[in-house]
Design a protein around this ligand. Structure first.
Ligand SMILES: [Zn+2]
Length: 146
C-alpha cells in the first residue's frame, strides 16, 4: 500500500462506564457512548490505522491506552489523505459533547490550542462533515486485506 500522509479520526465505542488508566495522565473515567479521536500520520495513514486496530506492543500515545482496553471498541477510522489538520477540527464541532472534556488528551504536539483530541459524540456527525475527500476503514476490511 502506498504511504500516504494525512489525518484520521477514530470512532470509538464504550459500552459501560469504565475508568481507564492512561499512563502518567492518570485515571480517566469514560461513560458509555461513542467517541472521536483525531490524529495525523506523517509516514502513512494505513500503517497507523493498523496499529490502532490491532495494537502495537508499546503503550506510547494516550490513545494506545484506549485502543488496548478490552472495554473500548475501535469501530472504524475515517481517513483524510493530505489533510493532517483534521485532528484539530474536532474541538470546533458543535455535535461533540462539552460535558466531558478530556483536557490534554492526545494533544502533546498539537500546537493549535485544542483542549483535547478526544471528544464524545453528542449529536450526529459523520466523516463527510470534515472533508469530502475521505475513506473509511473498518476492522473487517483490515482483516480481509491481510
Ligand atoms: Zn489540536
Amino acid at each position: 500500500m502506498k504511504k500516504v500522509a494525512g489525518g484520521y479520526i477514530l470512532v470509538l465505542e464504550v459500552d459501560s462506564p469504565v475508568n481507564i488508566q492512561v499512563g502518567k495522565r492518570g485515571e480517566m473515567p469514560m461513560n458509555p457512548g461513542r467517541y472521536l479521536y483525531g490524529g495525523s500520520a506523517k509516514c502513512g495513514i494505513a500503517h497507523r490505522i493498523n496499529r490502532h486496530f490491532f495494537g502495537g506492543e508499546n503503550l506510547h500515545w494516550h490513545i494506545d491506552y484506549l485502543t488496548h482496553h478490552p472495554q473500548v471498541d475501535v469501530v472504524e477510522a475515517w481517513c483524510y489523505p493530505d489533510y493532517p489538520e483534521v485532528e484539530h477540527q474536532l474541538a470546533a464541532k458543535d455535535d461533540l459533547s462539552d460535558d466531558e472534556i478530556f483536557r490534554g488528551f492526545g494533544n502533546g504536539d498539537c500546537g493549535r490550542g485544542c483542549q483535547s483530541h478526544l471528544w464524545k459524540i453528542k449529536g450526529k456527525i459523520s466523516a463527510a462533515d470534515f472533508s469530502e475527500d475521505y475513506y473509511i476503514v473498518t476492522h473487517a476490511q483490515q482483516y480481509s486485506n491481510s
